[in-house]
Design a protein around this ligand. Structure first.
Ligand SMILES: NC(=O)c1ccc[n+]([C@@H]2O[C@H](COP(=O)([O-])OP(=O)(O)OC[C@H]3O[C@@H](n4cnc5c(N)ncnc54)[C@H](O)[C@@H]3O)[C@@H](O)[C@H]2O)c1
Length: 366
């Protein structure tokens, strides 16, 4: 792997290159550990570069700090040539686990190319990993909808601050997967009207509000949302420009850009996906008084769940922590925005940086 990354005030504190097996190379970036051991996923792709791993590790530093967790950020990237004859994925993960055994300030989790089964063998080898199967104390965050629930807690905090009124609020959800479907259910449970949802194939719209439980049943049966009989099928991306109180992008990155952000007619955007809007789009939203709650605050439900799992906590404790932390962080963000003209992402990043700097002052330095 070629190495190009920049170090700054935060880190990285460690960049480690490993060759766990002859056909596998790995890079582990422990970005910052001021708040506690770094949590971050193991990405197994043919193209993972150190620069990408370092950027993702930094994103985890900020996300964990913004979430209010006692954890820093890290990430690893594993590249492997086609699996060697006679070597199983299980053996590869065990070899990777052994290679990171001494990196005790790094707690691996699942990411692209790895899953709970991979984390189970890592945990078996070195006693450290999150995102485990439930039989080993794991909390199945996608099945339970931890991130979608967190988005609804974010909306609750905005409602408590009188920024929005959830009763009858029109909500549009882009992406009806683990995050979007659970966000829709939780928002509907709080009185919002889910007027449109999309998946990769299309979208469905109903001004009076869609029946989310029926939509979930259709999804479970493998049917695309556009075929849902309880609403009208519309062009997939048209729902992004609907007038609504809440817009939840929960599909992929860079949906909103400098070119299209002016078309958004939502009052508030809760970022379910990671970086669903470019910096230019976020600036346009700010200028147009569209409140955007950035990913590092709004979609932290999953990582909060993982941190509770690491502590040996239960599902109920994980959901209580999501409610408490996302509620408090959203309220703090609103206060910070009221006190300055900063963009929401700047304010959220500053919130994370303040926590990291405060923790750093307590750490031993040589
Ligand atoms: N799962 C989590 O806890 C979590 C936490 C934080 C961030 N995220 C991010 O949120 C996003 C969604 O994650 P997920 O776990 O729900 O994934 P998922 O694969 O379960 O669901 C993605 C959904 O988006 C739809 N989709 C894809 N492209 C689309 C498009 N162009 N327009 C409309 N719909 C589209 C898919 O059909 C699917 O319904 C991802 O970017 C992920 O990185 C997930």
């Amino acid at each position: 792997m070629t190495a190009t990354w920049k170090a700054d005030e935060l880190g990285p504190v460690k960049v480690v290159f490993l060759r766990p097996m002859p056909h596998m190379t790995a890079a582990v970036v422990v970005d910052n550990v001021a708040l506690g051991p770094a949590i971050g996923g193991v990405r197994m792709t043919p193209t993972a570069s150190v620069a990408e791993v370092a950027r993702l590790a930094r994103a985890m530093t900020l996300k964990n700090a913004a979430a209010g967790l006692p954890h820093g950020g890290g990430k690893s990237g594993v590249r492997r040539a086609a699996t060697m004859d006679g070597v199983s994925r299980d053996q590869e993960m065990r070899a990777f686990a052994r290679a990171i055994e001494q990196l005790t300030d790094y707690i691996p989790g699942p990411d692209m190319g790895t899953d709970e089964g991979c984390m189970a063998v890592v945990h078996d080898e070195i006693g450290r990993a999150v995102g485990l199967p439930s039989v080993l104390g794991g909390i199945p965050l996608d099945e339970l909808g931890a991130t979608g629930y967190g988005l609804a807690c974010c909306a609750d905090a905005l409602a408590a601050d009188k920024v929005i009124d959830l009763d009858g609020a029109r909500a549009v959800v882009q992406g009806f997967g683990a995050v979007g479907s659970h966000a829709a259910r939780a928002l509907a449970g709080r009185g919002a009207r889910i007027i449109a949802v999309s998946d990769v194939q299309g979208a469905v719209y109903r001004e009076e509000g869609l029946d989310v439980e029926d939509l979930l049943a259709a999804k479970k049966a493998g049917r695309p949302v556009a075929g849902f009989p309880g609403g009208a099928a519309v062009e997939r991306d048209e729902i992004l420009w609907l007038e609504c109180e809440l817009l939840v992008p929960a599909a992929g990155p860079d949906v909103f850009t400098g070119e299209n952000a002016g078309r958004v007619r939502a009052k508030t955007i809760l970022q379910g996906a990671n970086i669903p809007a470019t910096a230019a789009a976020e600036r346009i939203f700010h200028e147009r008084h569209v409140l955007t709650v950035p990913d590092i605050v709004a979609n932290a439900g999953g990582v909060i769940c993982a941190a509770v799992e690491y502590q040996g906590g239960t599902r109920a404790q994980a959901f209580a922590a999501i409610e408490e932390k996302i509620g408090a962080n959203t309220a703090e963000l609103i206060d910070r925005l009221a006190a300055s003209d900063a963009l929401p992402r700047q304010a959220a990043t500053e919130m994370a940086m303040t926590r990291i700097r405060t923790a750093t002052a307590y750490r031993r330095r040589f």
